[in-house]
Design a protein around this ligand. Sequence first.
Ligand code: SF4
Length: 261
Amino acid sequence: MTVVKNPRPRSGDQSIGDALLRCRVLPALAFNKHQCSIVWKIDPQDAFIRRHFGWSNKSTCWASVPHVVKAIGYDADPRDRCRAGKSHGKDSPGCVNWYPLIEWEINREACSDIIAAAGLPVPPKSSCVFCPSMQKAEIDELARTEPDNFGLAIAVEDGAVERGLESVKGLGRGFSWRSYASESAPMDVRMVLAYHDHRVGLSPALQHVDDETLLRAIQQHPDLSFVDFLRQERRRRPSGRCGPCDGRIADPDRARPTVSI
Ligand code: SF4
């Protein structure tokens, strides 16, 4: 398998995440546009195809070349059928799009069954970690299973808000992920946001969290590197106080007694 990317030599952006953080904007889908998908997914594939076949950049030269078939994994559920319908006639020059799952009437549930029957782990829905199409349950899942990536999404949203975002409230379009995760999300998700804020020195959120809740959440998310952060803070501040939380959990060994570090 060849993975293609679209690094930007001028700006230095290696990914859509880099670009969003640097420009302090949300993905285009937050405004019902699809440029992010075009620039970071379709364009790199097309550039690879051109390079691979030695095609010129002028599409008029491609009339005589054999078509490349792009197999696209839209499934047979109505939502993906609709997306495939909207893509009709928009194939990249020199390519034809093919939707095998729709052709074979395989929906998302059937895909999961086939993968599980093969003894493989069923992967989660694939998308960027800051995709505005994510539902609240998916945001919760992201925070629980990939707290660092959840923090990246929050950083993207914060950057856009600081820059003066007006037309939408945040990554959720009608709501901001930050307000959702700090106000109405389940407690463990709120904790992950508190960790993120604490790590980047954004707010004294942890002042309001009792130690028992904190310990439980730290144990549930050992990959947060939160304890390492506290260690660094303790080294940096001889008094042992860690700033945002005012020293309440400044001792990492006390904060996470059951985990060896
Ligand atoms: S997954 Fe979402 S954010 Fe990522 S490129 Fe696609 S539409 Fe844009």
